[in-house]
Each structure stands twice: as C-alpha cells, then as structure tokens.
Design a protein around this ligand. Structure first.
Ligand SMILES: Nc1ncnc2c1ncn2[C@@H]1O[C@H](COP(=O)(O)OP(=O)(O)OP(=O)(O)O)[C@@H](O)[C@H]1O
Ligand SMILES: [Mg+2]
Length: 335
C-alpha cells in the first residue's frame, strides 16, 4: 500500500500582522490552504482580500520589520523529503528555499527584470547561482530555458534587453527565470492580468505544461474566475483576509456554498466588467470589503443577500460540506 503523500504546501490557520502608523492590522487571518505536487490551487478573491500577503508570507518576503506571521504554520515538503514550517524559518534561512525549491512570478515582469542586462545574461546569472555552472554552460542553458518557455528564435532573443520585448514575451522570460532552478512550487501572483486575452491564454497553457512536465505544484493567484475554471484543480476563495470556501474546481463551480462565491460565479462570464485600470474584474457585488472588517460577525454579512441578524453577531468557522469542501457560512445548509 502506498503511503499517503504529504502535501507539497499546507498552510494552517495563518495569521499575518502589519504594524502601521495607525495601529496593527491583520490582513490575513485564519488562512488554510494546500497545494499538491503536480496540481494547481487557485487563490481567488477581490482586491485587498489578502492574496498577495499570503504569498509573501510563504516566500518569507513580508515587509520587515513591520510585517510578521502572528500565528499558524506554512508546512513545505522539501525535495529531500523533509517537511519544514516556513513560518518559523529566519529570513536568512529562506534563501535556501526561495528561487531553488519555491519560485514566484508576478503581474508586472518589468519590476523584476534588470533593465541594463540582456535577458540571456539574467537567466545565465540565475542558473550559475543555482546550478553552479560555468559561464559558457550557463549561457547555453539560458538559451535552452528561453526555448522551454517557447520564445521563438531564442538564441537571438537572448541578446535583447527587457524593453525590447512585448509584455507577453517578458512574462515568458520571468517564467524562464522561475523555472531555471526547477522549483517544486511555483507561486504565480496575477501573472496574466496585464496581458491581452490571447497572450493570457498562451501563458496559462505554458504554466500548465510546465506543471505537468515537472510535477510542479502551482499556487495561482487571480481575480479572474474564468482563468480559475481553466487551470485550477482546487480553488480557495478569500474574503477580507479569511478563507471563505475551498473545494475542487468542479464542485466549486457546480455547487458553490458561500454567498460570496455564488455572487462571484453569477457574475461570470458575460457580465465580467472591465475595471478602470483595464483589468478584468469579475465581481459586481455591491459594497466593499473595507467597511465590514471590524464587525464581530461574518465579514461578508453586510454585503450578503442571505444575511440574518445572527450573521452579524457570531463569527462563522470553516465547516466541512464534504471531506474536500469547506465553507465559512453558518447558513450554508439553509441556502
Ligand atoms: N506593505 C503593506 N503595509 C500595510 N498594509 C498592507 C501592505 N501590503 C498589503 N497591505 C494591506 O493588506 C491587505 C491585503 O493586501 P493584499 O495585497 O494581500 O491584497 P490582494 O488580495 O493581493 O489584492 P489585489 O487583488 O489588489 O492584489 C490590504 O488591505 C492591503 O492594504
Ligand atoms: Mg495582490
């Protein structure tokens, strides 16, 4: 009998605090999620719900000194089989994971690429660092990496600077950089939101192919439920710093339990709105997250069409609908 495999990443009851000039805030509280090897977990929720803060906590990149993990654990299963709680690893120790076992790509590649180095040089530098290759070998590996992410004419493009490339090509370069160390976990934070729809589809297909070929776990952060439907195996929905629902992708779309998830899905896809900044935003749910943060009860209650008085009073716990489906709503059985 095969032993049950430990999840690649398992976050349990994570709480993050930021000390700000106006006092501490807790942008992430009680977040639990998991990513399995070779699978994609999508983390969804509207702007400000705590998705990026969650990913920064995993990477050990919370802004210091005022951001810190208050409680909870981030268990990561290493290549050598060891399981470590990343929440307890000191900043220096995180360098052993970041870039080598866990890599991250962001929405805007320009902020992560060095404008004065060619893309070939940047990838070569990365692979020399991680694979301890010599100069020539690293250069040729860089060209291979550009080929891996389907950049045509890789040998010539390796000599180009980031500003000479289109947004889609730059995102491919970011993915090549991330893949250069064969990470076990790839965190992708809105990697396609800045791209137009056809390029977006190509990048999604690329990430998906790399996941399959490398048995890599992917934590894919997005506003866009349309994207989720295409690539996710498991979906975790956040609202105001909390997980409100987690389920397998089909289950989530066919049997959403939380009123917030239902509202998100009912806005799909024809009614998808385009935000002022040109991003696609799926939600047209009245109200905003901000006003409800300090309420004692359910954080979604002030915007929820199903809320009753009791919802304002008691804070709901995550409840198991099924062994793989969880919802944070005291009324889910009645809806
Ligand atoms: N460096 C910071 N200092 C203070 N507060 C912060 C900082 N970074 C994020 N926050 C706050 O934490 C909350 C969660 O932010 P986060 O960036 O995780 O949201 P998000 O879900 O990624 O949103 P988006 O979809 O817009 O990227 C927000 O209220 C935000 O204002
Ligand atoms: Mg974000």
């Amino acid at each position: 009998m095969a032993l049950a495999q430990a999840p690649l990443l398992e976050i349990d009851q994570l709480e993050v605090e930021f000390r700000t000039e106006t006092g501490p805030i807790v942008p992430v509280r009680g977040v639990s999620l998991r990513v399995d090897a070779g699978r994609t977990t999508a983390l969804v929720g509207e702007s400000g719900s705590g998705k990026s803060v969650t990913s920064l906590a995993i990477m050990g990149l919370l802004p210091r000194p005022f951001g810190r993990v208050l409680a909870g654990s981030i268990r990561f299963s290493r290549r050598n089989g060891e399981v470590v709680d990343l929440a307890t690893v000191p900043p220096r120790g995180m360098r052993a994971f970041r870039g080598s076992e866990i890599a991250m790509i962001f929405q805007e590649p320009m902020t992560s690429l060095n404008p004065v180095l060619t893309i070939g040089e940047q990838i070569a530098e990365q692979v020399r660092l991680h694979l301890r290759l010599g100069r020539e070998a690293a250069k040729s590996r860089a060209v291979d990496m550009l080929g891996l992410v389907e950049i045509p004419d890789a040998r010539r493009r390796a000599d180009e600077y980031p500003h000479q490339m289109s947004g889609g090509m730059r995102q491919r370069v970011m993915i090549a950089l991330a893949m250069s160390c064969s990470p076990r976990l790839l965190i992708a934070d809105e990697p396609t939101t800045a791209l137009d729809v056809t390029i977006q589809a190509e990048i999604l297909a690329l990430i998906d192919r790399l996941r399959r070929e490398n048995d890599m776990g992917v934590l894919f952060i997005t506003h866009n439920l349309g994207v989720v439907a295409e690539i996710a195996d498991v979906v975790t929905v956040m609202y105001a710093g909390e997980v409100v629902e987690t389920a397998g992708v089909r289950d989530l779309f066919h049997h959403p339990r939380h009123p917030y998830t239902r509202a998100l899905i009912s806005c799909l896809p024809e009614h998808a709105l385009r935000g002022e900044d040109g991003r696609r935003v799926v939600q047209a749910i009245p109200g905003s997250v901000a006003g409800s943060l300090d309420a004692p009860g359910c954080k979604f209650a002030p915007r929820c069409v199903h809320a009753v008085d009791a919802c304002q009073a008691a804070h709901p716990q995550l409840d198991a609908v099924e062994p793989t489906h969880f919802v944070r709503c005291d009324r889910w059985r009645a809806l």
